[in-house]
Design a protein around this ligand. Structure first.
Ligand SMILES: Cc1cc2nc3c(=O)[nH]c(=O)nc-3n(C[C@H](O)[C@H](O)[C@H](O)COP(=O)(O)O)c2cc1C
Length: 185
């Protein structure tokens, strides 16, 4: 797939096959992520891969409970209340793999760098028929002290991108976007 086609057709994917993504492929995707530009050359990223389906399901349930208990803090999530209340809903869309991107807060640029790395990973994955989705719903649960301790993530790293991934079940149509606002040309 050429670069322009890749950018033009990449979607957030929420339906995956059961096929397992090999460790080699995941390592390759992470390496491609680290080719992103990085402020002052600091490369502030760190990655966590989770492939235990029971753990993924339990992190989904924890996130749903946390968000429902704290909805007043996140008014923009009110529209998703019925999803979060549904026992069938997995915030990770039943993905069998999570790839989490953390940034070292010692770099002023960590959020930008890690977002660029995440975007590289998403596009590279798309070119391999692996679908990804940024899961903002998980931003609290995967960034707690307990979670960081469990997965050896140093305190000074903050979660930037929680990503679910898996081989795509169906091919999606190109993304639809509004006409870009161009302030001057
Ligand atoms: C910061 C961010 C947070 C997101 N959080 C979620 C999420 O929690 N759950 C989800 O299903 N999709 C999430 N998405 C995906 C968006 O819903 C998706 O990008 C948007 O609807 C446009 O669709 P497309 O990516 O297929 O073009 C998130 C995307 C971004 C960039």
């Amino acid at each position: 797939m050429d670069t322009l086609e890749c950018i033009n057709s990449k979607r957030s994917v929420r339906a995956y096959t059961n096929e397992i993504i090999s460790e080699e492929t995941l390592t390759n995707l992470i390496e491609l992520g680290t080719k992103a530009s990085t402020g002052s050359g600091m490369e502030p990223w760190g990655f966590v891969i989770i492939r235990d389906k029971n753990e993924i399901d339990s992190l989904s349930e924890l996130s749903k409970k946390y968000l429902l208990d704290n909805l007043e803090k996140y008014p923009y999530l009110n529209q998703y209340e019925s999803w979060l209340k549904s026992p069938e809903y997995s915030i990770f869309n039943n993905a069998n793999t999570l790839l989490l991107v953390y940034g070292n807060t010692e770099s002023h640029w960590y959020i930008y760098d890690c977002s660029l790395a995440a975007s590289n990973i998403m596009l590279a994955a798309h070119s391999m028929e692996i679908g990804t989705c940024w899961i903002g719903f998980a931003e609290h649960t995967l960034n707690t002290k307990e979670f960081k301790e469990k997965y050896n993530i140093p305190d000074k790293y903050e979660l930037v991108c929680p990503m679910s991934m898996g081989y795509m079940k169906t091919k999606l149509s190109q993304p639809k976007r509004k006409k870009p606002v161009i302030f001057h040309k």
